[in-house]
Write a protein that binds this ligand. Structure first.
Ligand code: FAD
Length: 475
C-alpha cells in the first residue's frame, strides 16, 4: 500500500477535548494531526451543544426581558415581534465564526487537519476514510481518542427521536417555529436550558423527570430554589414520573406517563417532545473492538485515571466525554492538555476533579463547584457554610435582578473552601473565583479579606465567604 504519514500525536475527534489537545501538542513541539469527520471543528460543543444553546438563551432572554421587564424601567415600544429564522441565523453566525476560528488556530499552530472518519488499525495506526472520498493512512507514536458523545436514547426505547416531533437537543436548537407546547423528557441541564429558550418565546413547557428532583447533581438547597424560580417563570414539573411511551400524530404527540413507583397512567398532549435523558459515549466505527480496547458498562473507554492511557495500550489515550467523569467541555479541555503534557514529558499532567465547575445557563444562572452539603454529610466531613442572598447585594438590586443566593462550604477546622453553589445573575462567571479558591487551597477568610469592586455581583461571593467563618456586613 501507500506509505503512511508519520506523526508524534494523532488526535481522533475535533471537539473541545481533541482540538485543545491538538493545539497544545503542536505548541509543545510535537508533530500533530487531528482527524474530524463532522466537516467542522469544535465538536458537539461548538456545533450542536454549548455554543448554539447559549446563543439561543441570550436572544430569548433579551426578548423575554423586553416583554416583561422593560416597561417598568420606562422603556416602551410598539408591536414587539419575534423572528425565529433570524434568531437561528444569528446562532449560525456565532457557530461559524467560532469553528472557523479553531481552523485558523490549527493553521497558526501547524496542526494538520484531516476531514474524515478515523479508525484505529493498530496501537499506532489510524486509517481515515476521507470525507472527500478515498482514504489515508497515518502512523503516530501517540493516539488520543476524543470522539465525544451522542444524545442518549430513551431507556427501554419507549420514545425514538425523529427530529420532527420527538427531538434531541440537536433538533431543539434548530426549530423553525415556536412550539405551542413542549414536553421535556429529563430534567437535566440540557432540557432545562432548551426548555427555557422555547418557554421564553411563548411555548408552554412541561418537564417530566424520573427522579424526585431536577438537575440532580446540584446542591439540594440551590436545586430547590432553582425549581421554584423555573416554576415562577411558568415551567411545569412532573417529578418522580416516567414516560412510558408516546403516540405521534399529524400535529403533535400524546406523551404517556406513569408514576416512577408505578400506578395509573396520565397523558400529556403537546406538539413537540424534547428527549434529554443524558448523553452516551460515541465510539462507533472506531475499531476499538477489533483492537481489544475495553469499555465500562456505560460504554466509556477504560483509561488509567492519571495518565489517560488505555490499559495494555501505552500509545493510546482517551479524554473528554468518551471517558468517565462529568460530560463538560472544560473537563474535556483540561484532560486534553494534561494528556498531551504527559506525552511530551512536561508538566504535572494533572486534572483536579474537585475543581470542575458546572453551570446551568438559565436566568438566573446556576453554578456549583466542589462538594455539596449532601456530599459533605455522606462523606462525614465536618463543614461550615455561609450564604448570602443577592437581594442584599447592591448591584443585583440596582439591576433589579436580585433573585438567588451564594453559598460557600468550608472544611470546619481549616476554613478551606471545599464547595460553592449559587443561583443568581451571572453565577456562571462568579463561580470562577470559587474554583480558583479551591484550586489554590484558599480559606473563606482569604476570599473575604480580598478587596472586591463595589458595586459588583462579586461582592455577594465575598460576603458569603464572610458568613462562612464570621458575619457578613450587609445581611
Ligand atoms: P465532542 O465535542 O463530542 O467532540 C467529539 C468529536 O469527535 C465530534 O465532532 C465527532 O464528530 C468526532 N468524531 C467522533 N468519532 C470520530 C471518528 N471516528 N473519526 C473522526 N471524528 C470523530 N458543556 C459545557 O461545558 N458547557 C455547556 O454549556 C454545554 N452545553 C451543552 C448543550 C448541549 C445542547 C449539549 C448537547 C452539550 C452541551 N455541553 C456543554 C457538553 C459538551 O458539548 C461536551 O461535554 C463536549 O463537547 C465534549 O467534548 P469532547 O471533545 O469530549 O467531544
Amino acid at each position: 500500500g501507500f506509505a503512511s504519514e508519520a506523526y508524534d500525536v494523532a488526535v481522533i475527534g475535533g471537539g473541545p477535548g481533541g482540538y485543545v489537545a491538538a493545539i497544545k501538542s503542536a505548541q509543545l513541539g510535537l508533530k500533530t494531526v487531528c482527524v474530524e469527520k463532522r466537516g467542522a471543528l469544535g465538536g458537539t460543543c461548538l456545533n450542536v451543544g454549548c455554543i448554539p444553546s447559549k446563543a439561543l438563551l441570550n436572544i430569548s432572554h433579551k426578548y423575554h426581558e423586553m416583554l416583561h421587564d422593560y416597561a417598568k424601567m420606562g422603556i416602551s415600544f410598539d408591536n414587539p415581534a419575534f423572528d425565529v429564522a433570524k434568531m437561528m441565523a444569528q446562532k449560525e453566525k456565532s457557530v461559524k465564526g467560532l469553528t472557523g476560528g479553531i481552523e485558523f488556530l490549527f493553521k497558526r499552530n501547524k496542526v494538520d487537519y484531516i476531514k474524515g472518519w478515523g479508525k484505529l488499525t493498530g496501537p499506532t495506526e489510524v486509517s481515515v476514510d476521507l470525507n472527500e472520498g478515498g482514504s489515508k493512512q497515518l502512523s503516530a507514536k501517540n493516539i488520543i481518542i476524543a470522539t465525544g458523545s451522542d444524545p442518549a436514547p430513551m431507556p427501554g426505547g419507549s420514545l425514538v427521536a425523529d427530529e420532527k416531533t420527538i427531538l434531541t437537543s440537536t433538533g431543539a436548537i434548530a426549530l423553525e417555529d415556536v412550539p405551542k407546547k413542549m414536553v421535556v423528557v429529563g430534567g437535566g441541564y440540557i432540557g432545562l436550558e432548551l426548555g427555557s429558550v422555547w418557554g421564553r418565546l411563548g411555548a408552554e413547557i412541561e418537564v417530566v423527570e424520573f427522579t424526585d428532583k431536577i438537575a440532580g447533581t446540584l446542591d439540594g438547597e440551590v436545586g430547590k430554589a432553582f425549581q421554584k424560580t423555573l416554576e415562577k417563570q411558568g415551567m411545569k414539573f412532573h417529578l418522580g414520573t416516567k414516560v412510558v411511551g408516546a403516540e405521534v400524530h399529524a400535529n403533535g404527540a400524546t406523551v404517556i406517563t406513569e408514576p416512577a413507583k408505578g400506578g395509573a397512567q396520565s397523558k400529556i398532549e403537546c406538539d413537540k417532545i424534547l428527549l434529554s435523558v443524558g448523553r452516551v459515549p460515541f465510539t462507533e466505527g472506531l475499531g476499538l473492538e477489533q483492537l481489544g480496547v475495553t469499555k465500562d458498562k456505560m460504554g466509556r473507554v477504560d483509561v488509567d485515571p492519571h495518565t489517560f492511557q488505555v490499559p495494555n495500550f501505552p500509545s493510546l489515550r482517551a479524554i473528554g466525554d468518551v471517558i468517565v467523569g462529568p460530560m463538560l467541555a472544560h473537563k474535556a479541555e483540561e484532560e486534553g492538555i494534561a494528556a498531551v503534557e504527559l506525552i511530551a514529558g512536561q508538566g504535572a499532567g494533572h486534572v483536579n476533579y474537585n475543581a470542575i465547575p458546572g453551570v446551568v445557563y438559565t436566568h438566573p444562572e446556576v453554578a456549583g463547584v466542589g462538594l455539596t452539603e449532601e456530599q459533605c454529610k455522606e462523606q462525614k466531613i465536618a463543614y461550615k457554610k455561609g450564604s448570602f442572598p443577592f437581594a442584599a447585594n447592591s448591584r443585583a438590586r440596582t439591576n433589579d435582578d436580585s433573585e438567588g443566593l451564594v453559598k460557600v462550604i468550608t472544611e470546619a477546622e481549616s476554613d478551606k473552601v471545599i464547595g460553592a453553589h449559587m443561583i443568581g445573575p451571572n453565577a456562571g462567571e462568579l463561580i470562577a473565583e470559587m474554583v480558583l479558591a479551591i484550586e489554590y487551597g484558599a480559606a473563606s477568610e482569604d476570599v473575604a479579606r480580598t478587596c472586591h469592586a463595589h458595586p459588583t455581583l462579586s461582592e455577594a461571593v465575598k460576603e458569603a465567604c464572610m458568613a462562612a467563618h464570621g458575619k457578613p456586613i450587609h445581611f
